[in-house]
Design a protein around this ligand. Structure first.
Ligand SMILES: *[C@@H]1O[C@H](CO)[C@@H](O)[C@H](O)[C@H]1NC(C)=O
Length: 348
C-alpha cells in the first residue's frame, strides 16, 4: 500500500527542481522532472534583466524548453542572438521589454519547435514576411509595439512552393506541436493590443481562436472586417478611444465567436441590429463603459445563443426563461426566453 502511495505521489506530484549544469551565472535554471522514475524532464531558464554587460547569445542548457529573456535591452534582433545549443528545443520564448526595433529575417529560424513567442513592450513597427517562416507558432504576443498595419501573411509558411490551407478548427492548442513542418498555419492566439493600428488588419485564412486588438486608434470597423476567421472564439475590441462606427455585417463570418468585448469605447454611440448578423454562437457581449446606452429592439434575433450582455456603467442582462410559457411539444425555447436586466426599463 505504502509503495503504491509513493509511486502515485511520484507520478502525480513530484515535480522536482534541481541545479542545472551550464547555467549562465545571471540566470536561474530549473529542471522539472516528472513521470514514473522521472522519465520526463523540462528545463526552464529565467534570464530576466541580466544587466548591461550581458552579451547575446546567452548560453543556456541543452534542451531548454522555456526561456525568459525579457528586460535585457537587446535592441535589434540579429541572426546570431538566438542561436546555439539549447535554443533549437525552445517551446516558449519571452523577449518582452527589450527595445527591439527590428527582427532580422533569420533571427528566429533555428527555433523550429517554438509555439509561444512574447514580443510585447518593444518598438516594432514591422516584421519581415519570412521571420516566422516554418515555425509552429500557436501564440504570439505583439502588444505594446508600434504597428500601424499588420499582415497575417507573416504566419503563412510555404510547402512545396505554395501556400496550403488546413482546417485546424477541431484541434486543441496542445496538439499543434506535433506537426506539420511548413505549409500549415498554426497561429491560434494573437495580441496586437496597444499598437497604432487605425483599421482592422487583414486577417483572412488563419485558424485564430483568440484575437485582441484593444487600445488601438481604430476609427471604424468595416463590413466583413473579420470575414474568414471562422474559428475565432474570443474577440476583444476594448478601449478603442477613436472608434465611432461599426458597420452592419462587420462580424459576418465569425460563426464560432463566443465572447465579444466592445467595452470602453466611449465614442461608439449606436449599433444597428445588422451589426450582430452572423454571430450565431455568441454567448457574451460586453458594451460596458461604451457610448452605447440602449440596444436595438430586434438585435436578439441575430443572437440566438446570447447568455449575457453588459451595458453602460453597471447594467447586466441575462437570458432567462419566461415562466409558464415553455412549450414542451414544440421544444422551441427561444420564443419564451427573455433577457432580464438588473435595471428596469431595458427593452430588447
Ligand atoms: C466587461 O468589460 C469591463 C471593462 O473592460 C470589465 O471590467 C468587465 O469585467 C467585463 N464584463 C464581463 C461580464 O465580462
Amino acid at each position: 500500500m505504502a509503495l503504491f502511495l509513493w509511486l502515485g505521489l511520484s507520478i502525480l506530484a513530484a515535480v522536482q527542481s534541481s541545479a542545472v549544469k551550464n547555467c549562465h551565472p545571471g540566470c536561474r535554471c530549473e529542471v522539472e522532472s516528472y513521470g514514473l522514475f522521472d522519465s520526463f524532464s523540462l528545463t526552464r531558464v529565467d534570464c530576466r534583466g541580466l544587466g548591461p554587460s550581458a552579451t547575446m547569445p546567452i548560453h543556456i542548457p541543452l534542451d531548454t524548453a522555456h526561456l525568459d529573456l525579457s528586460s535585457n535591452t537587446m535592441g535589434p534582433l540579429s541572426d546570431a542572438m538566438l542561436a546555439g545549443p539549447g535554443y533549437t528545443t525552445l517551446v516558449s520564448l519571452d523577449l518582452s521589454s527589450n527595445r527591439i526595433t527590428k527582427v532580422s529575417p533569420n533571427a528566429l529560424s533555428k527555433l523550429r519547435y517554438l509555439e509561444t513567442l512574447d514580443l510585447s513592450h518593444n518598438s516594432l513597427d514591422r516584421l519581415s514576411s519570412s521571420c516566422f517562416s516554418g515555425l509552429p507558432l500557436a501564440e504570439v504576443d505583439l502588444s505594446y509595439n508600434r504597428f500601424q498595419e499588420f499582415d497575417m501573411d507573416i504566419f503563412a509558411t510555404k510547402a512545396n512552393g505554395g501556400p496550403v490551407s488546413v482546417d485546424l478548427s477541431h484541434n486543441k492548442l496542445v496538439s499543434v506541436s506535433r506537426s506539420l513542418r511548413g505549409g500549415v498555419l498554426h497561429i491560434q492566439s494573437l495580441s496586437l493590443t496597444a499598437n497604432q493600428l487605425t483599421s482592422v488588419p487583414r486577417l483572412a485564412g488563419v485558424p485564430l481562436r483568440y484575437l485582441n486588438l484593444d487600445d488601438n486608434p481604430i476609427t471604424c470597423i468595416e463590413e466583413g472586417a473579420f470575414a474568414q476567421l471562422k474559428d475565432l472564439v474570443h474577440l476583444s475590441l476594448s478601449g478603442l478611444r477613436e472608434l465611432e462606427e461599426i458597420k452592419p455585417h462587420s462580424f459576418d463570418g465569425l460563426q464560432s465567436l463566443q465572447v465579444l468585448d466592445l467595452s470602453n469605447n466611449p465614442r461608439l454611440k449606436t449599433l444597428s441590429p445588422a451589426v450582430f448578423s452572423g454571430l450565431g454562437s455568441l454567448l457574451e457581449l460586453n458594451l460596458s463603459s461604451s457610448g452605447v446606452m440602449s440596444l436595438p429592439s430586434n438585435m436578439l434575433s441575430h443572437l440566438p445563443s446570447i447568455k449575457s450582455i453588459t451595458l453602460g456603467q453597471n447594467i447586466h442582462c441575462w437570458r432567462t426563461q419566461k415562466q409558464g410559457q415553455f412549450h414542451w411539444q414544440l421544444g422551441q425555447v427561444q420564443h419564451n426566453e427573455v433577457l432580464n436586466c438588473n435595471v428596469e426599463g431595458i427593452i430588447f
